[in-house]
Design a protein around this ligand. Sequence first.
Ligand SMILES: O=C(O)CCC(=O)C(=O)O
Ligand SMILES: [Fe+2]
Length: 326
Amino acid sequence: MGRPSFGRAEGPRTGDRQPLPVLRHPLASDMRDAVLHPPQAAPARYRHFRLTPLSGALGAEIDGVDLANLSDAAFHEIERAVADHLVLAFRDQALDPADQIAFARRFGPVAPWPYARPMEDYPELMELVSGPGDINNFGGAWHTDSSTFERPPAYTLLYCVSTPPVGGDTSYANQYLAWDTLPDGVRAALDGLRLEHSTAKSFGDHARAKGSAAVTTTPVSVPPGHEGLVSVHPVGRTHPVTGRKALYVNTGFSSNFEGRTEAESRPLMDALAAHGAIPEFTCRVRWRPGALVVWDNRCTLHYAHNDYRGHPRIMRRAVVEGERPV
Ligand SMILES: O=C(O)CCC(=O)C(=O)O
Ligand SMILES: [Fe+2]
């Protein structure tokens, strides 16, 4: 397989009617030396916990910290660690809903997620329940949370209440690596290009009619005013904390390039989405009750594995408000 290449030398500009470029062989892209995300190989030193990287691409397990009793100094180290490793898995926590909300609030304002009924008495949390009879699962496609919002959440915090005997892992993919490993010409062509992210693609009647809506024990429903919600975001977004650029394309919600039809957009959009999820960019978290994982939605994708049919799985989820992607 050859390097990815464009069908024409010059990249598209928003609004022009030139054909979109073709990205060939995204899985064989020129990976150069960038596949290893440097903090994975040489983590910073932390005084308040031990950190063990999960893969060469992203993710770390954290031991020796109690999230229900956390000093400001320890939290500052956690902020540093999540900026470096993008996904942090804390083991053996005993968090009640109020503890989880309090921890989430240290990252920023915690917004109720409008597409599911919140937990009773805790509007900031939803319980994500997969029942033994479920066929689909919540989050079972590579996505970043709520990219259809004008200001998608910066972080998601998921706490594991119960797991199936095996399965139900969550995979994550580093979208800084995805951006950095695109060939220079491709990156140049994508700069300035924007994508529409559509709620109807994954949720609601439109999605149900197309068979792409998840049907799970936790009902997800689209509230009035959200059915036609579409937000337009750059294909390469700059992280407000690290200043690094990340690919911001996802099969869950991205529907078309601005000014293009879905059909015109699909080949390049699908190729970019496939590039963003190549195995070398990923890590995988195995859940145990008491695990809390926080991830940064601005530079990662995630995928909830649907491989535990017949068994229940229960998680509690909080999302922290983010900013308009630029
Ligand atoms: O249940 C999971 O593993 C992840 C679900 C998901 O996509 C989310 O909580 O945003
Ligand atoms: Fe998600």
